[in-house]
Design a protein around this ligand. Sequence first.
Ligand SMILES: Nc1nc2c(ncn2[C@@H]2O[C@H](COP(=O)(O)OP(=O)(O)OP(=O)(O)O)[C@@H](O)[C@H]2O)c(=O)[nH]1
Ligand SMILES: [K+]
Ligand SMILES: [Mg+2]
Length: 361
Amino acid sequence: MTIEEEIRTIQEEIDKTQKNKATMHHLGRLKAKMARLKDELIKKAMSKGGGDGGYSVKKSGDATVTLVGFPSVGKSTLINKLTDAKSEIGAYEFTTLDVIPGVMEYKDAKIQILDLPGLVKGAASGKGRGREVISVIRSCDLILMIIDVFNYQHIQVLEKELYDAGIRINQTPPDVTITKQIKGGITITSTVELSIDEETIKTVMGEYKMHNALINIREDVNIDQMIDVIRGNRVYIPSIMVINKIDLVDKEQIKMFPKDSIKISADRELNLETLRDVVYDQLGFINVYLKPQGESADMEEPLIMRRGCTVGDVCDRLHKDFRRKFRYAKVWGESAKHAGQRVGIDHSLEDQDVLTIIIQK
Ligand SMILES: Nc1nc2c(ncn2[C@@H]2O[C@H](COP(=O)(O)OP(=O)(O)OP(=O)(O)O)[C@@H](O)[C@H]2O)c(=O)[nH]1
Ligand SMILES: [K+]
Ligand SMILES: [Mg+2]
């Protein structure tokens, strides 16, 4: 049996298994097997890709947004309207074959947008230049899923391809930690009541040959989330659904799309201001002011950072050696317990904080 056939067989078995307490254990094992096979498929696809490998995209700006969608949904038309890019537009599929970067300057932020080749079914296992495209998506801060107004059903295919490539959209990482041990078997502690049982968790761990570990669970997770934690190579990225080409349908039809999707026409420039706003808000920018030691803070030019960022993230932004040379920092503002509090590299910053970083000379 090929890997694809094995996956299909397991999928069939999962589909025909009723989901209840008695089958949970069995399902857990099937799903773990499945996740392992898919990983193998991805590995194979990547090795087949050979030497020249992925796209080289240089990150720039305060955040990076990717345009993800089927061929000809209007990704290139959109990037040309939102940024300074001049990406080729065509009425035929796969007009865009490379990653085309552009910068959208909005309010005080510089947002990098990447136009990508179209994604199709099978992308996660290497179809088209699927793997290369997906590796670019994996490292972005926000995904815009571009959907053609006449092909809403594509959303399911896109979501599945991203899922299979280990990308979790609009999910937070499960609040579970696994610490490998040398011996002692599997010990599970949980601060909440769990809907999956310990046996199932142990079976899934066994599929990955993990027989000794401490598992600390602080959230009621399902089997799929548990597998995600065990695999460890998942990325969690927010996503916004964008319905394009609304100039081709009437108002009543536009109402059929999900409330939280943004309905636009890239070509006719309808609703692009709303889209810019939503992208900006979703990226959650904050301002951090730097104050050199013994001087006053530069309140003119804040650093544009993202919500939840740490002192370490600011170090990385300033200089590649700053994290290594970091001694301590002082912080004033919302995140400080008192003015000028001395903090470490993992301290989380808030909007409008003032920061002094002390490094080794
Ligand atoms: N009516 C209408 N047509 C549009 C709109 N946006 C894009 N198009 C057309 O859709 C076709 C495809 O546009 P592209 O921007 O090349 O689409 P793409 O997603 O970049 O396509 P690939 O690079 O091939 O994946 C072109 O003929 C565009 O003129 C829109 O808002 N309304
Ligand atoms: K096209
Ligand atoms: Mg294109």
